[in-house]
Design a protein around this ligand. Structure first.
Ligand code: PLP
Length: 491
């Protein structure tokens, strides 16, 4: 590792990225004219025999790669959920990958492991999580790559706890509960940890509860299963669902789950970031009833990928399910600190993989660079822009808001046209055409969801460089394209 090469190559990349971020708004947001196989056609069949200068590589990135990208960091990217990038996030990520240390056990990189414990405690305090999730309160947290990984870990911990009490053959009787709005990863995770697919309950939600679960619906599902001799194992409560941004009432359903000794997981992947503002902390009311909580700083918390915070109230449960003790780690094990010393966390036992990234330094840089006040301003700017958009949609009789806006996601559609049936194929068809035309324009990118048979357009505000002005421009664009689409459909 030549220090001059590190400085030279990194500088070339930084210059390239500075130029990219200056111009990102000029690219069509969604990859334009991209057909499958194009990159393969452009590139040689095999890797080069000899190394090449960074400048040549970057030329190829500009020519062959950039035109085929969907620009997630465009201020006009409103699809899925945001995946924030920031200058502090990039700087923190550079430190992480530059130092390239691996804190799988405490002794393998003690300061990295300890920084992680400090940073997850800072995050828990910022979000107003109960003390039981802090290391000082007997719980603790870990930084993983994604909610999907974190969920598998919690399901494994819940499963092993139950099987420890009931015996191994009870696995066929364990039941996992979620709503029809819960992220699909819970179903996948349940399958991965051996829960029979027929024991995954999808509880129906409705417009009446804002597409959140209700205690009654959970009770009915659980009572039915208990009557059949099944064992309620795990309930997922979501604050900010993927499709609609809906919120499950954590306290009500948590109490219901607790009555049956279930593990409660609180998934706040997207909306957890908003809890840094006191006005959103009520959505986490009842979090003390949860056994685990997760949120993704890489969505809406100015954190470049990847980063998921997972907190557990009883680390012992997680560690029992995930720990390994191979001989080749004995040289950096207990006698050097290792698990058993309160301050020494062996993070390999808190996740699936052993090797792991030094994510803590990235999140630490971000928190220090922007401070809690800076993060609150970031969240509030997007919520205000989403509110502005929602008001415009509600005031325009051609459109309607389909689900309540809680955070920075607005779910809307062109309303059924008078004289035609509600919810019919016609309305969905018109909205599909509207979304396709907006995305084809290259001036914005949004995605859709389907609820109660309605095709819904989602405007997810939250890009790090998205300002109110961009949301205003997308509203102008939508109105212009809606007029064309409606005209086309009426003739
Ligand atoms: N849960 C919710 C509510 C989400 O919106 C998402 C992703 O959008 C996930 C979980 C999955 O997160 P990840 O991609 O980090 O696995």
């Amino acid at each position: 590792l030549d220090p001059h090469a590190i400085a030279g190559d990194s500088q070339a990349i930084l210059d390239f990225l500075a130029e990219y971020y200056r111009d990102v708004d000029k690219f069509p947001v969604r990859a334009a004219d991209m057909e499958p196989g194009r990159v393969r056609k452009l590139l040689p069949e095999a890797a080069p025999e000899h190394g090449e200068p960074m400048e040549h590589i970057l030329e190829d990135v500009r020519r062959d790669i950039l035109p085929g990208l969907t620009h997630w960091q465009s201020p006009r990217f409103f699809a899925f959920f945001p995946m924030n990038a920031s200058s502090a996030g990039l700087a923190g990520e550079m430190l992480s990958v530059g130092l390239n240390v691996v804190p799988f056990v405490w002794a393998a990189s003690p300061a990295a492991a300890e920084l992680e414990s400090v940073v997850v405690d800072w995050m828990a305090r910022l979000f107003g999580l109960p003390r039981r999730f802090l290391f000082s309160g007997g719980g603790g947290g870990v930084l993983q790559g994604s909610t999907c990984e974190a969920v598998v870990c919690t399901l494994a911990a819940a499963r092993d706890g139950a099987l420890g009490r009931l015996g191994h053959e009870a696995i066929a009787r364990l039941v996992v509960y979620a709503s029809d709005q819960t992220h699909a990863t819970f179903q996948k995770g349940a399958r991965l940890v051996g829960i029979p697919p027929s024991n995954f309950r999808v509880i129906k939600t409705s417009a009446a509860s804002g597409y959140g679960l209700t205690a009654e619906a959970v009770r009915a599902a659980v009572d039915r299963d208990v009557g059949l001799g099944l064992v309620p194992l795990y309930l997922c409560a979501t604050v900010g669902t993927t499709g609609l941004g809906a919120v499950d009432p954590v306290r009500e359903i948590g109490e219901e789950a607790r009555r049956h000794g279930m593990w409660v997981h609180l998934d706040a992947a997207y909306a957890g970031s908003a809890a840094i503002c006191p006005e959103f902390q009520d959505y986490l009311d009842g979090a003390e009833l949860a056994d685990s909580v997760s949120m993704n700083p890489h969505k809406w918390f100015l954190t470049n990928m990847d980063c998921c915070c997972l907190w557990v109230a009883r680390p012992r449960d997680l560690i029992s399910a995930l720990s390994t003790d191979p001989e080749y780690l004995k040289n950096v094990g207990a006698e050097d600190g290792g698990a058993g010393t309160p301050a020494a966390v062996d993070y390999k036992d808190w996740q699936i993989s052993m090797t792991r990234r030094f994510r803590a330094i990235k999140l630490w840089v971000i928190l220090r660079r922007y401070g809690a006040a800076g993060m609150r301003a970031h969240i509030r700017r997007h919520v205000a822009a989403a509110k502005w958009f929602e008001q415009r949609v509600a005031a325009d009789e051609r459109f309607e808001v389909v689900a309540p806006r809680r955070f920075s996601l607005v779910c809307f559609r062109l309303a059924p046209r008078s004289g035609r049936d509600d919810d019919d194929d016609d309305t969905n068809h018109v909205n599909r055409d509207l979304l396709a035309a907006v995305n084809a324009s290259g001036r914005a990118f949004m995605t859709h969801f389907v609820v109660d048979g309605k095709f819904v357009i989602r405007l997810a505000v939250g890009g790090a460089s998205t300002e109110l002005q961009h949301v205003m421009e997308v509203w102008d664009l939508l109105q212009a394209i809606a007029a064309e689409v409606l005209h086309r459909h009426s003739t």
